[in-house]
Design a protein around this ligand. Sequence first.
Ligand code: AHR
Length: 514
Amino acid sequence: MKATLTFFTALLLAPLAALPATITVQADQRLGRIEPMLYGQFIEHLGCCINGGIFEPGSPLADTNGFRRDVLAKVRELNPPLLRWPGGTYTKIYHWQDGVGAKSERKCRPNLIWGGEEDHLFGTDEFIRYCRAIGAEPYLSVNMGTGTAEEAANWVEYCNGTGNTHYANLRRNHGFTAPHAVKFWGLGNEEEAEPDCGRLQDPNEYSRVAWQYAKLMKLQDPSIRLIVAGVGGSTNWNATVLNSLHPVADYISAHWYLRANSHAGLLGSVAAFDRQLGAFESFLGTYPPQPKNFSHWYRFPPRQGPVRLAIDEWGLWNGGQGGRTNGWGVEQTYTWQDALATASWLNAMHRHPNLIGFATWAQMVNVIAPIQTDRQNSVRQTVFHPLALYAKHCGDWSVVARCESPALEAAGPGQPLPALDISATARDQGAQVTLAVVNRHSTLNIPARLQIDGGSYTLTGGYELTAPSLQASNSVSRPTEECVLTRQLPAAVGIDAREFPPRSITLLMFAPKR
Ligand code: AHR
């Protein structure tokens, strides 16, 4: 306590110019729009993500739909605006008709991708019901491995059909009079992945087949948005695919999984991701915002608006074996180091606003996930906290922000990294500005000079999250312990300096002075 008082006294007395860091936000200079869909989630029939995660019929913790109530409450705190399903790689063998209709008639099949058996009790209608329960838009990926374009188009008819037609009536017979109105449809998943059982691992071949899927699906419902399968990093796959499919590709997908070899190494990977987004901006900018000369004989309109990036899998996959998932190493325990990286990762996405159409963290429960369960309990992992906090408090416009900061204690690969990493966002025409500051240094308090230009702002409050060490973690085996210390920050009329504690994530909310 004494040390803190001494520090604050020193901070108050220090000339602002002498502080080791400076943060300047230009509240009236917008970089672009941040899609609220940035905070989406993904669930797949892998391990205990669905069965034994969100869905456990018969459990005393489940509701009448079989949804785990304790998990549902935590998912609502995460508040994902978008939910992707059924995969992932599992999409390559998923036949949607196995998962609709009377439960007693659903077919149980081997899960050839991830092992075990898939009973199909959680199918399309259950997925839609779950989306409605959490207020998320559904996002379905179609099978381009063992499936057909006709099967995918029939799925669109089942979900969105309004006529007196076979699959629309099938949905009605299953108790869903109103259409499910699924807007987002992915054309396969990681189709380039050579070890997978996909059949379209050549980009020309993928494009040719994806065109047929696109046509049949759009003929069922011209309003749907299509996501074509791309890859992260630099490759000619994306160019080949978009050169062909760009008139109907609302989004191209790319996946990023980072690994925590060390704190600096992980943050170096986040910085590399930031640079890759810059490359994606230049690349996607080469496609016309509105396709030209699209023949009316297609019988549906072309893409409306620029092609955008769909980061429909992102997360931290540190490897390891064991657990309940046949050795795929997906049951990760996340540390506070992982949470700091997650916050920085979100900052990087904020810095590329117009580029990203949406993102879905992989995956929501148990599988490389912010929520962990066993049969009796569920807990929020460390990464849960930045995901929930950013989704709730960050704005939908990215604004210009600059930061000068001391360096991180250990150098990562490439350039030296700053200890402070920031993003600034605004909502309601600048009525609220949120400054997110991650102090990634493990031991250093960093006092910073704060300047909000482009208006006269007052601090309305904020949150400061810390943990006792970089290695701190929560675990479902210690369900009542929480390693993350959350401090709510009070309002202040004038704020021109602030101390950012080591290993901290701080969100400061400002509103214009009246
Ligand atoms: O999220 C786990 C798996 O990782 C997905 O099924 C696949 O798309 C990716 O490789």
